[in-house]
Ligand binder design. Structure first.
Ligand SMILES: C[S@@+](CC[C@H](N)C(=O)[O-])C[C@H]1O[C@@H](n2cnc3c(N)ncnc32)[C@H](O)[C@@H]1O
Ligand code: SF4
Length: 456
């Protein structure tokens, strides 16, 4: 696919990833513990199902590129035990407000590195969850693991607990890149962990890769992708390196000259994308790929894909609860985020308070734009009739002011439009964040400041 350099320059701007709308910079302290507990109470009075995310922040070693919320700790049983004491109290508080056993349709342990916990600790956490919630074991029960530290036995324990999906942080196989990002992880190690997961019959294996890391070139990253497709994970998340040194200080260690930007970075992405497509993967929305035989590819093709903070998902639950530091929930049309700082998280729970830091209650316009952005990100289209049926407005009338943006996107070949729908083109899929940005109320008349990483 040929991409015009002017288009590239125009759209290579800082922009959000839209794992939520409104995006995090719009969240405020207006969402307090009281707002959250009121939402939990309402949730307790209805039959809605639950997606539960648990954030376990610890990692044994720092990867310099990492923009996740993590706490680096040498491996020690007591670190996990202390954490679980607080986490269990948070679970109890949440359960007390809901006052009812809810059905979990999606369970996700993320981090940090959830497998920092010992086998015993993971079992205790799972038992604790089951003591207050019901779990539908036919749905997504997923965990993020670090292939450098997980053992075969730990994977076996996870499988026995009921985890059916696993995600491995792979990033890049090149030694020079690995050295620079402080993450030595030979191919053989990943291949071995991959085989263990296959032997244990995890239903789906995902790899995280990052393009745009220091010292990556088209040649080196092609080798990484070649090795990856040889192992045939079911899904691949191909993330654009979020270079945000003002937020993630260790990124300042990187030699700026060694980081590919603009068209060089885009070249790496396009080459990798084509390599994946040529090897039986389908592009799933923005930066995700799945084997064409995988359920996610099928869901994408039938318009049944959804997206939340945990990435793309097949069957979303009705409401979301996040537990642990920095975890995000969304219930009663309100985003709620816990404090990111571990000592503050502990302190709040010690005081008997839910550790809510901020959030956002969606007004009607937020809900409408959230729907439109989700539709673009997951289905690559906006069905105008469906929009009307859902909100009672004609799409053209509601988005009169966005006419200019729609026109520009058509001119630049990012979308096509007719009376029934807006359809994103192959080029538009690469710049999907930019297409969405035009529908973001909070970016109106602004150029997207350096709050976000670049869109490609
Ligand atoms: C919580 S980690 C995955 C589990 C485990 N901690 C590991 O690294 O193996 C989540 C993923 O976020 C991605 N990630 C972290 N920092 C990033 C950044 N600055 N830009 C793009 N992706 C990033 C990485 O691909 C990483 O695998
Ligand atoms: S990438 Fe994973 S292992 Fe590395 S610091 Fe981030 S969360 Fe920890």
């Amino acid at each position: 696919m040929l991409i015009d350099k002017n288009t590239l320059q125009k759209y290579d701007v800082a922009g959000p990833r839209y794992t939520s709308y409104p995006t995090a910079p719009q969240w405020s302290k207006n969402v307090t513990e009281d707002v959250y507990t009121a939402a939990l109470k309402v949730f307790g009075q209805n039959d809605k199902t639950l997606s539960l995310y648990i954030h376990i922040p610890f990692c044994e070693q720092l990867c310099y590129f990492c923009a996740c919320n993590k706490v680096i700790r040498a491996k020690e049983e007591k670190v996990g035990d202390e954490f679980l004491d607080y986490l269990f109290k948070e679970i109890d508080m949440v359960a007390k407000h809901i006052q009812r056993r809810k059905l979990i349709r999606q369970l996700h342990w993320g981090g940090g590195t959830p497998t920092y916990l010992s086998e015993e600790q993971m079992k205790r956490l799972f038992t604790k969850i089951k003591s207050v919630f019901d779990i539908d074991f036919n749905e997504e029960i997923a965990i993020e693991i670090d292939p450098r530290t997980v053992t075969q036995h730990k994977l076996k324990v996870l499988r026995e607990l009921g985890f059916n999906r696993i995600s491995l942080g792979v990033q890049d196989f090149n030694e020079k890149v690995q050295d620079d990002i402080n993450r030595i992880q030979p191919f053989e190690q990943v291949a071995e962990v991959h085989q263990w997961c296959r032997d244990l019959k995890f239903e789906s294996i995902n790899y995280d890769l990052i393009y745009g890391l220091p010292y990556q070139t088209k040649e080196t990253f092609k080798k990484t992708v070649d090795l990856v497709v040889g192992l045939r994970p079911d899904r691949i998340a191909l993330y654009s390196f979020a270079y945000v040194p003002w937020l993630s200080k260790p990124q300042n260690k990187f030699n700026l000259d060694a980081i590919a930007v603009h068209d060089e970075k885009l070249d790496i992405f396009i080459q990798s994308r084509e390599n994946l497509l040529a090897h039986g993967y389908q592009a799933i929305a923005m930066d995700h790929f799945a084997l064409t035989t995988d359920a996610m590819a099928k869901a994408f093709n039938t318009g049944a894909l959804h997206r939340n903070f945990m990435g793309y998902t097949l069957k979303p639950a009705d409401e979301f609860i996040g537990l642990g530091p920095s975890a995000i929930g969304f219930l009663e049309k309100t985003y709620v985020q816990n404090t990111k700082i571990l000592p503050e998280y502990y302190e709040s729970i010690t005081q008997g308070h839910l550790p809510v830091e901020r959030g956002k209650q969606l007004n009607q316009d937020d809900q409408i734009r959230q729907w439109v952005i989700n539709s673009l990100m997951c289905q690559f289209q906006i069905d105008k009739q469906l929009f009307f049926n859902t909100f009672g407005y004609e799409f053209e009338d509601y988005f009169l002011e966005e006419g200019r943006h729609i026109h520009d996107c058509i001119e630049d070949g990012l979308i096509n439009e007719n009376s029934q729908r807006i359809q994103v083109t192959a080029l538009g899929k690469i710049f999907i964040r930019n297409v969405c940005m035009g529908f973001d109320y909070y970016l109106k008349d602004k150029n997207g400041h350096q709050r976000f990483s670049r869109t490609v």
